[in-house]
Design a protein around this ligand. Sequence first.
Ligand code: GTP
Ligand code: MG
Length: 286
Amino acid sequence: MRQVDHPAARRTAPGHSARMARYCLVVVPTYNEAPNIERLIAAILDQGPRFDVLVVDDGSPDGTGDLVAALAARTVRVQLLRRPGKLGLGTAYIAGFRYGLRAGYRYIAEMDADFSHQPHYLPRLLALVEEGADVAIGSRNVPGGRVENWPLTRRLISRGGSLYARAMLGMPVRDCTGGFKVFRSEVLRRIDLDGIRSSGYAFQVEMNYRCHQAGFHLRELPIVFPDRVAGRSKMSRRIVLEAALLVLQLRLRPTPAVRANPARPGHPGLPLQARELGGTLAERGE
Ligand SMILES: Nc1nc2c(ncn2[C@@H]2O[C@H](COP(=O)(O)OP(=O)(O)OP(=O)(O)O)[C@@H](O)[C@H]2O)c(=O)[nH]1
Ligand SMILES: [Mg+2]
């Protein structure tokens, strides 16, 4: 099976010039998303030539990785990062972000594979960062945004969790736990990704917090968020608890939001460092 982890090596493929090289990479973490993934990738590519897709698959037993590998063999716009087992959502995002930085993408997006994050919002999220925001967040909790087909308990956990995180951490974000976002690459270079240990909802809260602390401008786009259409949820009580504890931890012991930058003091962006961008997943213990 082909593992595609050096897209730059294939950039000279015939027909490649028609696409907009390395503009926005959409990182999609997957674990057992075979019923969704092909349709999702097609829908993302349909949003226009500015969007490429990177699937970060954790050895899904249902063959998700093989489905993506077949698509990746046909177009450079689809890329696949395979990890040997279920290593967690947080490290999957980080591996995807590093991959996008290494490949030189200008914008890096993240979204779930289950169609709760609808691909047609991607151009509008991208427009927000093109127009000056540093991070654009697909939000269920601003006017015009909503969740569809979720049971009351799940709505309460989601809404309550966002209110709690916002109040405790003073973040100007109404949907703190959502994972449908577009970042300016500079933001991901500047944030200390090595310092992020959390997964699941906690990962989203921590990223928002660090971005806000670092002075980046976060904007929310109202989205309609339907429940997943196929496949199984990986949500658990543990994930909710992890997020609740993380908020307390950040409140009590705020950690530096950004990496030190002796080379360019006072500059909002950091030069790419060979160690960070060249390290393999194995070296990083993933
Ligand atoms: N690579 C990787 N992806 C994961 C892992 N856990 C979950 N995912 C993916 O992360 C995305 C979000 O997971 P979901 O199960 O949809 O979690 P959720 O959106 O909070 O829960 P539902 O609303 O019930 O779907 C999906 O695309 C999953 O396939 C993991 O350990 N590794
Ligand atoms: Mg989901």
